[in-house]
Write a protein that binds this ligand. Structure first.
Ligand code: UDP
Ligand code: MG
Length: 315
């Protein structure tokens, strides 16, 4: 009896890539002594991606799919794949060939050696724009610094290109949060992990499905879900402001009324008040914004809506 491996491919508007991806994947799987299922999770593509997938199912019986009713995001698409796979292990991979399929045998080898989570780590992505590179670097650094679960460190460049053993899959299914970063949830689970470095290639066809704002929102919601620091920070900030404003105010007051320095006289009462007010309003708005982020998160979770909605499936 051969073991079964599930290949999970989140896919959004990849009409031009899906056949090429399948063609690249096929010879790799051919040489591995396993049964495979290839689950495409169509994340509400606006092009005919789903038709391409359906055509593929006719040619290759290992191809299965889930079709979302709309775009729920890659994190959710991966979750749906993990929820519905049947293999002894699953491997998550992008459809744009940025995750090299040639590395799959290496992932599987590590798994056979006893590792339960095999993580692809992207070495510097020269092709990505400077802003994306800096943003991505900062993202990992901040996550590492502020994560409440200090023991689970996400290495810089750790991607979704991952293999999970069945035990990890079963534990992963117990997560209920809707706003999620699949990577950090997997890291949170622990287990025996190993990292495999790879060079990200240039994307095959089309542009990244993530623009600046989409990435920014993802980063923000991840910060909120892994850390309470932003919330606490507002308190510290308040303390800091009170101390600074208090000291400066006292300094002005003392130097004006006791020593009468020119510097103190140059601040009219109105100017002092204006500075103070603008300052405080800024602080209050910032704090409110941060609290709002958390409330939004709680709100999203307590509504307890389904995580994704499926229009059609072949499993
Ligand atoms: N993707 C998805 N849903 C989305 C955005 C992207 O399923 O809302 C898929 C996409 O089709 C690809 C993978 O996630 O297979 C990675 O996306 P992309 O290449 O656009 O991201 P990047 O490589 O730039 O991080
Ligand atoms: Mg990509």
């Amino acid at each position: 009896m051969k073991k079964t491996l599930s290949i999970i491919v989140p896919i959004y508007n990849e009409k031009a890539n899906i056949l090429l991806f399948h063609m690249a994947l096929n010879p790799i799987l051919e040489n591995l002594p396993y049964d495979f299922e290839i689950i495409f999770v169509d994340d509400g593509s606006l092009d005919d991606t789903i038709d391409e997938i359906k055509k593929l199912t006719k040619k290759d019986i290992r191809v299965k799919y889930l079709e979302f009713s709309r775009n729920f995001g890659k994190e959710t698409a991966m979750t749906a794949g993990i929820d519905n796979c049947r293999g002894e292990a699953c491997l998550i991979i992008d459809a744009d060939l940025q995750h090299p399929v040639e590395l799959i045998p290496e992932f599987v080898k590590k798994w056979e050696e006893g590792f339960e989570v095999v993580v692809g780590v992207r070495k510097r992505n020269k092709k990505a724009g400077l802003i994306k590179q800096i943003g991505s670097y900062l993202f990992y650094k901040i996550i590492r610094a502020i994560s409440n679960e200090g023991k689970i460190k996400m290495p810089v460049g750790a991607t979704d290109f991952r293999l999970l053993d069945r035990v990890v899959i079963e534990e992963f299914k117990r997560f209920t949060e809707r706003s999620r970063m699949t990577r950090s949830l997997i890291d949170w689970l622990g287990f025996r992990r190993i990292f495999i470095d790879f060079e990200a290639r240039e994307r095959l066809n089309g542009k990244s499905r993530y623009n600046f704002w989409k990435l920014f929102r993802l980063a923000m919601s991840t910060f909120v879900s892994v850390s309470l620091l932003p919330l606490k920070l507002t308190g510290y900030l308040g303390l800091f402001i009170t101390l600074v404003a208090g000291s400066f105010g006292s300094y002005l007051f003392i130097s004006k009324y006791f020593f009468d320095t020119g510097f103190a006289r140059s601040f009219s009462g109105l100017a002092q008040l204006a500075i103070l007010l603008v300052f405080l309003v800024g602080i209050i708005l910032m704090s409110l914004g941060t609290i709002a982020l958390y409330i939004a998160n709680i709100h999203g979770e307590v509504r307890n809506r389904p995580m994704y909605v499926i229009r059609s499936r072949k499993l």
